[in-house]
Ligand binder design. Structure first.
Ligand SMILES: NC(=O)c1ccc[n+]([C@@H]2O[C@H](COP(=O)([O-])OP(=O)(O)OC[C@H]3O[C@@H](n4cnc5c(N)ncnc54)[C@H](OP(=O)(O)O)[C@@H]3O)[C@@H](O)[C@H]2O)c1
Length: 279
């Protein structure tokens, strides 16, 4: 199968390259390809004639998105629309990677695929606009929402916690932001299966379970042999940052698990795998 993978140099994209090994893959990432350049990107994708586009490229710096919402919209919304136009032209299905930040996090249960979106920050709004253009232009799409991504050899929350702890820095982590850690190698395998199912729709693919950022940090440090390092519990209102995350936004994988039997292992098992692969 000919597959375009956007954002193939990023944390998730590198795992997609592994999952789709053996297929004819074309990577799309900056600086060679900019998804915001309508003509260039449509021409490049159409020329390759993919049978599947896996779209993971995005402006993922959530605080950067809050500081520059126009850039967030250009990359995450218009960039996605450009790729959807290319898919429409080729009648090619798309996997669009979206986020738990399309929800407001004001509820008290995990979000289902059918729940109403209501983003509360620029990143979430730009990703929701990306979802809207995929739904508007294509009939064959998989919108895959994920959260708190981590992967070996990348810059992510577990890597940051371990490096700060080893530097002897004081750690304070919020207790009132709750979501679902998502291990990129598990996710890439699940997306591979989903993309071969032909069951189009909206999916939540995250590792099973949920936790607060604080519990995540504590479990990371304990697993990394840094159990003597304290992690002070703080609240979102005491943590200054440009963006406002949805406070309670774990995702529940209902559709893929129930309909297709696609589920990711519990996040603590995935974390143990991650820690065994990190130096
Ligand atoms: N990370 C998370 O916790 C998380 C949570 C929920 C959802 N997601 C979604 O998951 C997907 C993958 O995230 P990730 O953490 O793997 O992101 P990542 O490591 O930042 O990778 C994204 C890739 O896209 C590239 N890119 C940015 N702007 C581009 C443009 N205009 N044209 C082409 N490529 C461009 C990036 O290049 P540069 O690095 O040079 O910018 C990077 O290589 C994204 O769609 C993200 O919204 C991530």
């Amino acid at each position: 199968m000919r597959v375009v993978i956007t954002g193939h140099k990023g944390q998730l994209g590198r795992q997609f390259l592994r999952a789709f090994e053996g297929h004819e893959v074309r990577g799309v990432d900056v600086p060679e390809h900019d998804i915001t350049d309508y003509r260039a990107i449509v021409d490049a994708v159409v020329a390759f004639e993919p049978q599947l586009v896996v779209h993971g490229a995005a402006y993922t710096n959530v605080d950067g998105c809050a500081r520059d919402p126009d850039l967030a919209f250009r990359v995450n919304a218009l960039g996605t629309q450009n790729l959807a136009v290319a898919c429409q032209r080729l009648c090619c299905p798309m996997v669009y990677i979206s986020t738990n930040e399309v929800f407001d996090g004001a509820g008290n249960r995990s979000y289902l695929e059918t729940d109403r979106t209501n983003p509360i920050n620029a990143y979430g709004r730009s990703k929701e606009a990306g979802e809207a253009s995929v739904r508007a232009l294509l009939s064959r799409y998989y919108i895959v929402r994920i959260a708190w991504l981590f992967s070996p050899g990348s810059s992510n929350f577990p890597a940051k916690m371990i490096s700060l702890a080893r530097e002897g820095r004081a750690l304070s982590v919020v207790t009132d932001e709750v979501s679902s850690p998502t291990y990129a190698p598990d996710l890439a395998e699940a997306v591979y299966k989903l993309a071969h199912s032909g069951r189009y729709g909206i999916y939540h693919l995250v590792n099973e379970g949920q936790c607060s950022r604080h519990e995540f940090a504590r479990t990371i440090l304990d697993g990394a042999g840094l159990d003597s390092v304290p992690v002070a519990p703080i609240l979102l209102k005491d943590y200054e940052r440009a963006s406002t995350p949805p406070p309670y936004a774990p995702l529940r994988n209902f559709a893929a698990a129930e309909a297709l039997g696609i589920r990711l292992r519990p996040w603590k098992d995935a974390l143990a795998d991650y820690l065994s692969r990190e130096p």
